[in-house]
Design a protein around this ligand. Structure first.
Ligand SMILES: NC(=O)c1ccc[n+]([C@@H]2O[C@H](COP(=O)([O-])OP(=O)(O)OC[C@H]3O[C@@H](n4cnc5c(N)ncnc54)[C@H](OP(=O)(O)O)[C@@H]3O)[C@@H](O)[C@H]2O)c1
Length: 235
């Protein structure tokens, strides 16, 4: 097993979620100390259990990634951070825009857009002080493909993508890299439950997407900055 991240500290916001968990476990396997935000104690306990022998390098923080004060306190507490992955997000769809509740719109903006803004605001200054680091934001294929029935979701993901593009321009020449990941439907437990009749074999596994995220966090991807990387295979 390679240990590309030995001595590195990663913060995975939403690191106990369907994708976040695979990312957290991937970093742990390769030697990083991994800080995850969680909301449910049970979810965190499950990931800690999955981490097995590496569990000692997994540190959980109950925090709301859309709340600036909580996130600033969290980042201050962690201290040195080399890699930030924002895997916080949520989906809402199934209604045309005019029937979408204002609360749904606000929730999409908070979880899919504001989380990345707050994390960048709190963590990028640390990466800049070090003169190195990686920030990866998970957007969605829907940031580019604007299907019907998901106006608030696609708007939040398209805005998140644009925001990271601008952040990449801000970070030019600093040694800090930022990239966006664009998943389609991922083979998570939640998706299987929501779409029981779908062909699960067609959906990328979280672990395969985590491999791409680990690559983008590694030295081997030092030339990749400001990219939006599709991770939905040839589907
Ligand atoms: N799953 C897909 O098919 C798919 C497709 C395209 C894009 N994506 C994107 O990929 C990312 C990960 O998706 P996923 O399927 O892993 O979602 P998920 O399983 O719902 O995980 C999201 C994680 O974020 C946490 N979270 C929610 N609100 C938070 C907050 N305010 N502060 C801190 N953490 C919070 C959740 O905690 P709780 O569980 O406690 O709420 C959960 O751990 C998201 O950005 C999603 O939009 C997913």
């Amino acid at each position: 097993m390679e240990a590309r991240f030995r001595g590195k500290a990663a913060l995975v916001a939403g690191g106990t979620g369907g994708l976040g968990q695979a990312v957290s476990l991937g970093f742990l396997k390769e030697g990083a100390s991994v800080h995850v935000t969680y909301r449910s104690e049970a979810e965190y306990a499950r990931v800690k259990d999955e981490a097995g022998q590496s569990a000692g390098s997994l540190i959980g923080h109950r925090a709301d990634a859309t709340d600036e004060k909580e996130t600033a306190d969290l980042v201050r507490k962690i201290g040195a951070i080399d890699i930030v992955v924002n895997a916080v997000g949520a989906y809402a769809g199934g209604t045309p825009l005019w029937e979408t509740a204002v609360e749904t719109f606000d929730r999409m903006m908070a979880l899919n857009l504001r989380s990345g803004f707050v994390l960048a605001r709190c963590a990028v200054p640390i990466l800049l002080r070090q003169g190195s680091g990686v920030f990866i934001n998970i957007a969605s294929r829907a940031a580019m493909d604007h299907a019907a029935g998901a106006g608030a979701y696609v708007a939040s993901k398209a805005a998140a993508l644009a925001m990271m593009d601008s952040l990449a321009a801000d970070l030019k020449g600093t040694g800090v890299r930022v990239n966006t990941i664009l998943p389609g439907i991922i083979d998570t437990g939640a998706n299987r439950k929501a779409m029981p009749d779908a062909d699960f074999a067609k959906w990328p596994k979280p672990e395969k997407i985590a491999e791409v995220i680990l690559f983008l966090s590694s030295e081997a991807s030092s030339l990749i900055h400001g990219a939006a990387v599709p991770v939905y295979g040839a589907n």
